[in-house]
Design a binder for this molecule. Structure first.
Ligand SMILES: CC(=O)N[C@H]1[C@@H](OP(=O)(O)OP(=O)(O)OC[C@H]2O[C@@H](n3ccc(=O)[nH]c3=O)[C@H](O)[C@@H]2O)O[C@H](CO)[C@@H](O)[C@@H]1O
Ligand SMILES: C=C(OP(=O)(O)O)C(=O)O
Length: 417
């Protein structure tokens, strides 16, 4: 097991280039199995979740090769094989194999997904969508069995605008007979990215990025080449780290429009921000104002930046209230930050954060973004060494995190426990 060691107190300076988005990559890779020929993905991040997804496809007989940030997937010899255990248990997004296999083979057997379990994460809306398309879905001994004689387009109203359910239904509906309409669809940029790939493969999808998505099913999809959008959550994490260390960092290869909720909150706190075409410069200040943050679905403040933001708010003067309206109890980072001297109490779906100086401590990440929060907290500590365990969670979602922070002047390194 590895841990990160951090000697903080150094303002971050320089430029960091953001890789492709995890939450796009791990939907685009399964989407590729809907094609009959090779799909090439560019700007792929180097993450453990991506490596695990490549394994899943290889286990099914696809040919997958990777060179740097490019992955070539030839799904022509893929087979329908049950996947009750193994790699599918290692990540959350293995649920996309349900929609992709259903679209391609009209059947699938997949173990319930793993990944970050900061609270119960139901998949009832995914199942409701598959059933509406004509599939029979059963849950037996921890695996989901899906089968359809034929997939037929349907009108599906999502009770919650779920990212995963929206994408999963798009995957299955792309090769169903007739039209599908998803109402109350999620609007996250990664959904547009998946629709763009599917349309380049020959699918007919309109409205991705709005609450109504229309899909005209087609009988066959072909290979194509696609470049993945930048990771807005990694970008937001570096913006927060720059502000927290009172540094001056240019975050490059971002889509500033995707960062609006983050940028607005930093400006409200008193952080200096310059927005350029494909980059954002964050200049930290000595004093920050306490603010209230509400994590919501896109274009609201992202829940995935809620934990890193908690660490920054410990550096503000006064009391901030951070509420998560997507995941009501995503606060496993709070007791760990408390070990570092943070004054935070959780009430219902809110964390109430009082500004305070943090101290070095031995802490443990229990999920990906909790890990990012602890690294940021460690970077602000002026004396001593902070030890962050649970690095395997951080490696799920941060491409080259140690090298990137070192390049920005941080003293951070890996050690084996
Ligand atoms: C692989 C991936 O892209 N993960 C992201 C995706 O997760 P994921 O797709 O799992 O998250 P959802 O958008 O589905 O979840 C949003 C909310 O809907 C609820 N819900 C969801 C599905 C369902 O069938 N029933 C239900 O009740 C969830 O419990 C949660 O409260 O979006 C989340 C919210 O932006 C992010 O935190 C994750 O990083
Ligand atoms: C929760 C996250 O990811 P996943 O849904 O893949 O667990 C995340 O990226 O913060």
């Amino acid at each position: 097991m590895e841990k990160l060691m951090i000697t903080g107190g150094r303002p971050l300076h320089g430029t960091v280039s953001i890789s492709g988005a995890k939450n796009s990559a791990i939907a685009l890779i399964p989407a590729a199995i809907l094609a009959e020929s090779e799909v090439i993905l560019d700007n792929l991040p180097i993450l453990s979740d991506v490596a695990v997804y490549a394994e899943i496809l290889e286990d099914l007989g696809a040919s997958v090769s990777r060179e740097g940030s490019q992955m070539k997937i030839d799904p022509s010899s893929i087979k329908s094989i049950p996947m009750p255990n193994g790699s599918v248990k290692k990540l959350r997004a293995s649920y996309y194999m349900m929609g992709a296999m259903l679209g391609r083979f009209k059947e699938a057997m997949i173990g319930l997904p793993g990944g970050c379990n900061f609270e119960p994460r139901p998949i009832d809306q995914h199942i409701k969508g598959f059933e509406a398309l004509g599939a029979t879905v059963t849950n037996e001994h921890g695996s989901i069995y899906l089968h359809a004689k034929e997939l037929r387009g349907a009108k599906i109203y999502l009770d919650v605008s779920s990212v995963g359910a929206t994408i999963n239904i798009m995957l299955a509906a792309a090769r169903a007979k007739g039209s599908t309409i998803i109402e109350n669809a999620a609007k996250e940029p990664e959904i547009i990215d998946v629709a763009t790939l599917l349309n380049s493969m020959g699918a007919v999808i309109k409205g991705a990025g709005t609450e109504t998505i229309r899909i005209e099913g087609v009988s066959e999809l072909h290979g194509c080449r696609h470049s993945i959008i930048p990771d807005r959550i990694q970008a937001g994490t570096y913006m927060i780290a720059a502000a927290a260390t009172r540094g001056d960092v240019l975050i490059d290869n971002v889509i500033p429009k995707h960062m609006e909720a983050m940028t607005a909150k930093l400006l409200e706190m008193g952080v200096h921000i310059e927005e350029l075409d494909e980059s954002i410069r964050v200049v930290g200040q000595r004093n920050y104002e306490a603010v209230d943050v509400k994590a919501l679905v896109y274009p609201g403040f992202p829940t995935d930046l809620q934990s890193p933001m908690t660490s920054l708010l410990t550096q503000a003067e006064g009391v901030s209230v951070l509420s998560d309206f997507v995941y009501s109890s995503r606060f496993k980072h709070v007791p760990e930050l408390a070990r570092m001297g943070a004054k935070i109490r959780v009430e219902g779906r809110s964390a109430i954060i009082e500004g305070s100086k943090l101290n070095a401590a031995k802490v443990k990440a229990t999920d990906l973004r909790a890990g990012a929060a602890l690294v940021i907290a460690g970077l602000t500590v002026e004396e001593g060494v902070t030890e962050v365990g649970g690095v395997e969670f951080i490696d799920r979602g941060y491409d080259n995190i140690v090298e990137n922070f070192r390049h920005l002047g941080a003293e951070i390194w890996r050690e084996t426990e």
